[in-house]
Design a protein around this ligand. Structure first.
Ligand SMILES: [Zn+2]
Length: 246
């Protein structure tokens, strides 16, 4: 099977009549990896004919609702459709405990599911999924919120990550949500076969400056902020788009 990226959801943080929230299915290096679980990812997987048993791993970049809102329903779908395979979920450490409480509140108790979820905190160490190596690069997306609310809500997670996925022959970067152009520049330091970048927290001028003289084969824009015009030379992803990786 060729390496492909399927956009399950390309909206920004606002409800959108025509776009789902952030979720990307990567068939990459022989593995099936879901990047973020914006709602309604379980419905979209169903529509695309992707079995709930097929997912090898999930990586959640940060705790904002538009990236995580579909997780409980996805786990419920796996349970009710009889998944048996262990499911690793990598995510910011601080949100594991509240997520477990949320799942319990939804009666998605671990012994009831019929499969094991391995909750894996994202650390500086590379993530291994089959022959895919994933580096999670912390970005500044939630730093302003931490500065404003961190003292009042100290136990909440404020970490957000961009992802670099590599096999021997392909390098794919996913910005997820960033805080500033420097976050994206850090992600693009090495040559890339594909960069998937958000376009809500960076403007066109800064994006152009970051991309200038970079060795990136293909740039795809998602998570486009309302009232933003994607530069015509960049490909803007729509829900359901399937892109082939080299
Ligand atoms: Zn966000």
């Amino acid at each position: 099977m060729p390496d492909t990226i399927t956009f399950l959801g390309t909206a920004d943080g606002l409800a959108n009549a025509n776009r789902n929230h952030a979720a990307i299915l990567a068939h990459f290096g022989g593995n099936t990896i879901l990047l973020d679980t914006g709602q309604p990812c379980s419905q979209t997987l169903k529509r695309l004919g992707v079995g709930f048993d097929e997912l090898d791993a999930i990586i959640i970049t940060h705790a904002h609702t538009d990236h995580i809102g579909g997780l409980a329903m996805l786990i419920q779908s796996m349970w009710l459709e009889g998944r048996r395979r262990t499911l690793p979920i990598w995510l910011p450490k601080q949100i594991i405990r509240p997520l477990l409480a949320w799942l319990n509140a939804c009666h998605l108790f671990a012994p009831r599911l019929g499969f094991t979820i391995r909750w894996r905190p994202i650390t500086a160490a590379p993530i291994r999924i089959g022959n895919v190596r994933v580096r999670a690069i912390r970005n500044s997306h939630m730093d302003a919120t931490r500065a404003k609310y961190g003292r009042r809500y100290p136990h909440v997670g404020y970490d957000a990550f961009s992802l670099l996925l590599e096999t021997r022959r392909c390098r794919l970067a996913y910005s997820a949500d960033i805080g500033c152009a420097a976050d994206l520049a850090l992600l693009c330091r090495e040559p890339l076969d594909m960069l998937i970048t958000e376009f809500a927290h960076i403007n066109a001028k800064d994006l152009a400056a970051v991309l200038r003289d970079r060795a990136i084969h293909r740039v795809v824009v998602t998570h486009v902020g309302r009232h933003k015009q994607v530069p015509s030379r960049l490909l803007c992803a729509n829900d359901g788009d399937v892109l082939r990786l080299p």
